[in-house]
Design a protein around this ligand. Sequence first.
Ligand code: ADP
Ligand code: MG
Length: 562
Amino acid sequence: MEKDASPPDPSRQRNGFSGVLYGEFSDTLNYGVRYSVSLTEGALTIQRISSSPDRTKVVFNLSDCIGCRAYRGPDSADIGAYFTAYFYPFKRRWMSAGVARQRVEQCFRVALVQEPLVNLQEAERWAHAIRDASLMQAPRREGVIYTELRRPCRTMILVNPQSGRGQALQLFTGHIQAMLTEASIPYTLVITEHQNHARELVRKADLSQWDALVIMSGDGLLFEVINGLMEREDWQQAIQTPLGILPGGSGNALAASVHHYSQSPPAWNEELLLSCGFMLCKGLVSSLDLVSVHLASRQRLFSFLSLAWGFVADVDIESEKYRHVGPIRFLMGTLVRLASLRVYQGRLAYLPAKETLKPPKGSGKDPPSTPKKPSLCSSLPCHLLPNASPKKSSLKNCIDTNLNQNSITKSSNVITNTILEPHRNNKTASPVDSLLPSLDQPVPDNWTVVNEEDFVLVLAIYQSHLAEDLWTVPGAMADDGLIHLFYVTAGISRPALLRLFLAMEKGSHLACGCPYLVYEKVRALRLEPISQQGMITVDGEVVEYGPIQAQVHPGMAKLICG
Ligand code: ADP
Ligand code: MG
């Protein structure tokens, strides 16, 4: 919102209004106060009609407007009709620095004639014009390709009442419900009753009834929804359903990332919620990368956020018990884990992003050949893999065997790489991971094998934020086609690790010059834990502990953003 105290434009007085609409309306509380209102393609300009020299003009940018409604007043004797436009401009915060989106409504009374219906028609004409002009004026980021949500956007909103501090439903009714009404978005609210409820629901839903699926929770509920969509026979079409995120959990990484991609100043808590609600109402959709994750049991998952092992996974899961304190639980968990800092043994390999996207050997496109060097990150023996018992004793045995370099070389020689076969559902094959050999085969030659085996953490992340206040990948985009791989090797001191996490609040951890922190942009990776105990998380959810590999599928899903 800009304030402009200049007198009315004389050229307009001379030639008449040259914009889309011009009208004169009353204040809704004091009919004697009148305003001249003009609507152009980009703005709604309001100026009080007065003989006094104070003719302050207020200009509302339509890119901040989510909707406009016309209606009759509650008094049936009132001949007037009304229209209200809803704006969420950036305004200075009360009591603190910076700006955030805040709600402002502008309401006018239309009383052109004595006939109420004619006045209502005029109010509707204005509401319609403001809505249409606002939809054309969504804040777009340069270089991003957008589509727009279908209007009216039939939206399913899934709320996890247990997420965060258990307040997601109250946050929805307190902040989002009214916005959806203002933006004329018809929605159905689904309150999940148990874990995987949302996953089962979207797996079976008639998606032709929905133009968007919106998650009001932390990242865990979106993980359910994405996997539910990918488990469908019609996954190719299902995963094109625009997905929205409203932060209601304690780990609101995607919400923080989407807000960040919109190039808005940092926001937390209710301000972040309002920002995400605003983006939902504006209805711009862009692409979202998904990462296909394979576990040793042959289970396959789709991930939109992260794969973590070691420190980060431990903090995420161990801090569950502090859930009642909200997002600060991660800081508490970090401090507790720092006090008992652990080193985790394992092998890590990845396909650097700069490598050409050629398929691994044996995929049918390259002649089979023997790997040039034994891969440190070669696979576990086959008996551990598909259908093998995940018992820890056998895990230890086979890892011990694998630690012997000769056996790795041998197995590399005898096994020919094949790319992962598409999993067969009844009708439709699921997406092919063309960059990944099977987990029981060595990684291809164009992969980099990390020499270290002692790690404090391994984190693969594909969004900018790991949590509301952890800006982990400054340059990340939702559809950059990259897995941002971080690892911290053993030897880092507790204060140095704490410094990294504190610096991450401002996204400056890579500038710390920490020799134990490595950052690589990759397209695929494999991790083989050697330590018998530990935790691996995918999008903040615990998955089976053991060998794991992943590859990115650029732009596979659609995300509501701004
Ligand atoms: P938070 O960020 O607070 O952890 P999430 O959205 O990640 O919130 O949800 C936490 C976990 O709760 C996820 O594993 C999710 O699958 C699960 N979940 C979803 N709905 C329910 C429910 N109604 N009751 C219990 N758990 C649920
Ligand atoms: Mg979670």
